[in-house]
Design a protein around this ligand. Structure first.
Ligand SMILES: Cc1cc2nc3c(=O)[nH]c(=O)nc-3n(C[C@H](O)[C@H](O)[C@H](O)COP(=O)(O)OP(=O)(O)OC[C@H]3O[C@@H](n4cnc5c(N)ncnc54)[C@H](O)[C@@H]3O)c2cc1C
Length: 510
């Protein structure tokens, strides 16, 4: 076991992902010069890798955490925004609308759950009505398809639980809901399947110019590349300043949420926003793509870029605000609180810059999740302008299939269990996730190494018990499949150990 553990450590150090061993070894010998290195594997970095993996280029993605989607891309409202919020004429406005239009085909091809349920911005007083009119006009200027202002009757017809005093609403039929982790993982996995390499536990600490491009120093060793893409989220300014003079500042703004049980999942039919104010898009109430209800976020500037703590005081305000739009929402059905940190900047736009083959994809605040596929295309344009000259691959694989046992009919389930009995063992009872699905995830192109890594791929632990029942069983499965001791399995990030030792010595493990 000890030996295997050491091998795993080596795998992390050398950045093996499936099929990547050879190239990494060559790199260790100082021979590998990647065409493009991407720093950060949130949705922006993953989308850039996906887009680049369509081309005949070598790509290395560097991620400081032990998995992808560990930053802002895992804690947000999970809305594919329609595109009326961003100031007209900005890249943010353009890429939002483009990213929204791309989501459906992309999610279909990569088997990511996505529902185009539409959104409302509800107005409850004179001020709000003015905001709704402004948003409508901006939406028209931004090219948002199908938006219109609807009166109180139509609003109530769409949302029977909306507050009685609703005056009107901006209806945007193209808004949708998605699972942001699955989106990020699907993009990154597809990039890896198409030849991109991913090095986890590789925090970039320095960047230097070389004769051929750049040498990127990480905690897992140096990587050389002709071009660099900075997609480091809340740390994008720090990464930029490893090479270039300061050009922008990331201002971390935390948003806190309540996630409600599925019993509340049908409280709304659309994403219900209130009018945006200085604190951002305001508190929304929305179904999630997996059938829960999400309430939030707040907006609070914080000093620590990775501080995702939630606070009773802020959540109380979020809940009060949510009730203004949907008074009947039963907040006692909350099963989890969480927070995400926005990579805001002092500029009201994304910061998409290129200098000498170094591309910043920075200040990717909301609607960054929506815009990611379009940002990625823009990044490739920037790289091409900087000299990247690569034809498209003829054998690009633009498909991914994930088994969702609970969504199959009885005949399909039976056939699957006959083929592989692991699909007959339910591990997560809240969401009916089977051992077969967990094994699929563990043996996928980007194998998870933590209990939450399984959660991000299989939606285990996302029900009412929040992993109370399935958590220990997932620890055992991970330990068995990774040939390691259960005490080495972490909950989430590196070092987040669950088990500290055996309570009974000498006996057999139950
Ligand atoms: C509260 C909130 C609500 C939001 N709601 C929505 C929404 O509904 N719809 C929408 O479209 N957008 C939304 N957003 C915005 C969206 O979540 C972000 O724009 C998007 O997730 C940003 O992705 P990213 O890849 O740029 O950053 P991240 O996901 O943070 O990824 C950056 C990655 O870089 C890694 N990294 C950082 N430094 C280094 C380093 N030195 N070396 C190696 N790796 C490094 C990090 O570990 C991380 O994995 C919301 C954001 C927040 C916070």
């Amino acid at each position: 076991m000890q030996v295997v553990y050491l091998i795993q450590r080596k795998r992390q150090r050398t950045g093996h992902e499936k099929g990547a061993a050879f190239a990494c070894v060559r790199f260790e010998e100082g021979k590998e010069l990647y065409d493009v290195v991407i720093i950060g594997c949130g949705v922006t970095g993953a989308a850039a890798a996906y887009e680049l993996s369509k081309l005949q280029v070598s790509v290395m993605i560097l991620e400081k955490e032990n998995d992808v989607a560990m930053g802002t891309s895992r804690a947000n409202s999970a809305i594919i925004h329609a595109g009326y919020d961003a100031p007209s004429g900005t890249l943010m406005a353009r890429l939002n609308v483009e990213g929204n239009a791309m989501a459906e085909d992309l999610c279909k091809a990569l088997d990511v759950p996505f529902k185009r349920i539409g959104s409302l911005v509800a107005a409850f007083d004179d001020y709000d009505e003015g905001v709704v009119r402004d948003l409508y006009e901006r939406g028209i200027r931004n090219g948002v398809p199908g938006i219109r202002i609807i009166g109180p009757e139509e609003t109530k017809k769409i949302e029977p639980n909306i507050a009685e005093n609703v005056r009107c609403a901006l209806y945007a039929p193209t808004a949708g809901i998605i699972n942001p982790w699955e989106y990020t993982i699907a993009l990154a996995e597809t990039a890896v399947r198409n030849g991109a390499q991913l090095m986890r536990n590789a925090e970039v600490t320095a960047i230097a110019r070389t004769q051929d491009g750049y040498c990127v120093t990480t905690t897992a060793g140096d990587v050389q590349a002709k071009y660099v893409v900075n997609a480091a989220g809340v740390f994008a300014d720090k990464v930029h300043e490893m090479l270039l003079p300061p050009a922008f500042e990331i201002v971390p703004v935390r948003g806190e949420y309540d996630l409600l049980d599925r019993s509340e999942g049908t409280r709304c039919n659309t994403v219900v926003f209130q009018c945006p104010g200085p604190e951002g898009k305001g508190v929304l109430v929305s179904p999630t793509v997996h059938g829960n209800l999400i309430v939030g976020p707040s907006a609070e500037e914080i000093p620590d870029r990775e501080d995702t703590a939630t606070t009773a005081e802020v959540l109380a305000k979020v809940r009060e605000r949510a009730k203004r739009a949907i008074p009947s929402v039963d907040l006692r059905q909350c099963i989890r609180n969480f927070a995400g940190v926005r990579a805001n900047s002092r500029v009201d736009d994304f910061i998409l810059l290129e200098e000498d083959g170094f591309v910043d994809l920075a200040g990717i605040k909301s609607p960054g999740l929506t815009a990611a596929p379009a940002i990625a295309k823009y990044a490739v344009e920037l790289l091409r302008k900087a000299g990247l000259d690569a034809p498209e691959k003829e054998d690009f694989i633009n498909e991914r299939h994930v088994v969702h046992f609970a969504e199959l009919d009885a005949e399909e389930q039976k056939a699957l269990i006959e083929k592989n009995p692991a699909y007959g063992r339910v591990i997560c009872r809240c969401n009916t996730v089977t051992e077969g699905e967990i094994l699929d995830a563990i043996h996928s192109p980007i194998p998870p190494v933590s209990v939450d890594g399984i959660k991000r791929r299989c939606i285990t632990g996302m029900g009412r018990c929040q992993g109370g029942f399935c958590g220990p069983r997932i620890v055992d499965i991970l330990a068995r499949e990774l040939h390691t001791d259960p005490s080495k399995i972490v909950q989430d990030g590196t070092g987040s150990y669950i088990l500290t030792g055996e309570t009974k010595q000498g006996g057999e493990r139950a």
